[in-house]
Design a protein around this ligand. Structure first.
Ligand code: FE
Length: 343
């Protein structure tokens, strides 16, 4: 009888050990669904793997596709972390129940409160500003002041913008709903759309190109595209970026609109401890400058200096709102922009 019990116990012990072994192997890797695709990111992941032994598998795709994939995969997903741009989109991932909260003292120090979800569902990794760019031959920067002033009739037929279906514009509009209320935000969108030189088309870079080609005199775009164009392998892009002037609006009032790219822990991840280590690493002083510089973005960690190019544009006053409100107003923002005739 004893022998049988002993034998049964040994089998049990062996299976448990085998299971542990298997789990440990599983645990030594992290799968990230990401829309980022920079060589310098890979160097950071390699450094992380070297110090922790945790391997990184990357699945790269567009943000919306990654989110749909996570919805379809449900609890069978291999993904541990999601990295996407725009707080509006990060909020959408939270609302779609794709993420779960994760927190630590390090994260709270490394990522300022405004740049993370108040319930710890996501953390900003890099920051960007949505600025005004202008043609210096046709616009004197002294004529510029605020986003609101772009509705002035002097800019009639002189502004280009990308579509209202774009998340960056939806988040910009959402920030105005937060700051001014719906009625004023709607009036602004109507005034801006009235001043468009053409129906919205193309991406952020295309707006800068249109300004240089003479289609318009002003455009609104994200700062990192200017950096990416300046260092582009395409000489035409370099020329565009070298020609345009950059203006940070609302410096004496509500500040320039900013946004982040960020990271969240996948709801069905089985590797939360390792995932936390990686988020802590990516927001640490060591990693932040290379991580942000890869895309000419600003670090979120307040102790880290931005790239020389960004420093050359000077420091600026930022909108002082928690970025988590951008997704709260996102649906309303889209509705109002449509109502305003901003296609
Ligand atoms: Fe972008």
């Amino acid at each position: 009888m004893h022998k049988i019990i002993c034998f049964a116990l040994s089998i049990l012990l062996l299976t448990t050990l085998a299971a542990c072994q298997f789990e440990n192997n599983e645990d030594m890797s992290l799968t990230i669904y990401t829309e980022r695709h920079y060589d310098t990111d890979q160097l950071l992941y390699d450094e992380f793997t070297e110090t922790t032994g945790i391997k990184i598998n990357l699945v790269r795709d567009e943000a919306d596709k990654l989110m749909t994939r996570l919805q379809n995969e449900g609890e069978d997903t291999e993904a541990d972390l999601l990295i996407i741009a725009d707080a509006g989109r990060l909020g959408r991932a939270k609302d779609l129940d794709l993420l779960k909260p994760i927190t630590s003292e390090a994260l709270e120090t490394q990522v300022p409160e405004n740049y993370r979800d108040p319930e710890a569902y996501w953390y900003g990794l890099t920051m960007r500003a949505r600025v005004i760019v202008y043609h210096p031959n046709r616009v004197n920067p002294s004529e510029l002041s605020t986003y609101e002033a772009l509705t002035d009739e002097k800019w009639q037929g002189r502004i280009v913008s990308r579509s209202s279906t774009n998340i960056y514009n939806q988040s910009l509009m959402a920030s105005f709903i937060e700051l001014w209320g719906e009625d004023e935000a709607l009036s602004w969108a109507i005034g801006l759309a009235n001043n468009f030189a053409r129906d919205p088309e193309g991406n952020d870079r295309d707006q800068a190109k249109a300004v240089v080609q003479g289609v318009a005199d002003l455009a609104i775009m994200n700062t990192y595209y200017i950096g990416r164009m300046l260092y582009s392998s395409d000489p035409a892009e370099v020329e565009v970026a070298e020609t345009i002037g950059i203006y940070f609006p609302n410096q004496e009032t509500t500040g320039t609109h900013i946004n982040v790219s960020g990271i969240g822990l996948i709801k069905h991840s089985k590797n939360a401890d390792h995932a936390l280590k990686l988020i802590e690493f990516l927001t640490s002083e060591t990693a932040q400058s290379s991580y942000a510089n890869a895309n000419f973005e600003y670090p979120v960690n307040p102790n880290v200096e931005p790239h020389e190019l960004l420093k050359s544009w000077g420091s600026f006053i930022k909108q002082d709102i928690p970025l988590s409100v951008l997704s709260e107003h996102s649906t309303k923002a889209t509705m109002l922009m449509n109502q305003a005739g901003w296609k």
